[in-house]
Design a protein around this ligand. Structure first.
Ligand code: 5GP
Ligand code: ZN
Length: 149
C-alpha cells in the first residue's frame, strides 16, 4: 500500500531504525518513543487492523513481540519488563493503519519517567538503542542454544 508509512518502511523508501527483520515481519524503533527502546513489530504484508490480519501472522507477530520483551530484559537498556500493546482501530486510538505491536520497555519504579515519556515522546540515541536491543536478541539466542545443549 503506497500511501502507508509502514509499508514504505518495509519497502525501504521511508527511513527506520530496524532491530529485526525476517521474511514476514519487521521490527523497528518507534519514532516517538515512550521509553528508550520502544519498538514496533509489524507484518510486512499490509493489514489495516486485527480484523484484516491473518491469525497465523498475528501469532508470529506476538511471538516476535515476546522475544523482544525477553531481549530488552537481557539488553544493556536495563529493562525489568515491558508493555506489549496493540491499538486496534480508530476507536482504540490506532493512528497508523497498518497493524503493529508496541513493545515498550519498563523499569522498576519508572512511573514518573514513563509519564514524562508518554507526554514528551522524545527520541533517544537511536543507533545505540537499536544496537542494545540486537545484542539482547543475540544474548537470548545464545541462552536458548545453551539450554538445548
Ligand atoms: P498507534 O497509536 O497507531 O498504535 O501508534 C502508531 C505509532 O507509530 C506511534 O507510536 C508513532 O510514534 C509511530 N510512528 C508514526 N509514524 C512513524 C514513522 O514514520 N516511523 C516510525 N518509526 N514510527 C512511526
Ligand atoms: Zn501498510
Amino acid at each position: 500500500m503506497s500511501g502507508c508509512i509502514f509499508c514504505r518502511i518495509v519497502a525501504g523508501t521511508a527511513p527506520s531504525t530496524r532491530v529485526y527483520e525476517d521474511d514476514t515481519l519487521c521490527a523497528f524503533l518507534d519514532i516517538r518513543p515512550i521509553t528508550r527502546g520502544h519498538t514496533l513489530v509489524i507484518p510486512k504484508q499490509h493489514a489495516t487492523d486485527l480484523d484484516d490480519l491473518d491469525p497465523a501472522l498475528g501469532a508470529r507477530l506476538f511471538t516476535l513481540g515476546h522475544r523482544l520483551a525477553k531481549a530488552v530484559r537481557r539488553s544493556d537498556l536495563g529493562a525489568d519488563g515491558a508493555n506489549l500493546v496493540v491499538n486496534d482501530g480508530k476507536a482504540a486510538f490506532q493512528t497508523v493503519h497498518h497493524v503493529h505491536l508496541h513493545v515498550v520497555p519498563r523499569q522498576h519504579g519508572d512511573r514518573l519517567t514513563f509519564a514524562k515519556g508518554f507526554l514528551l515522546r522524545r527520541p533517544h540515541d537511536t543507533e545505540s538503542t537499536a544496537a542494545a536491543i540486537r545484542t539482547g536478541l543475540d544474548r537470548l539466542a545464545t541462552e536458548e542454544k545453551e539450554t538445548r545443549a
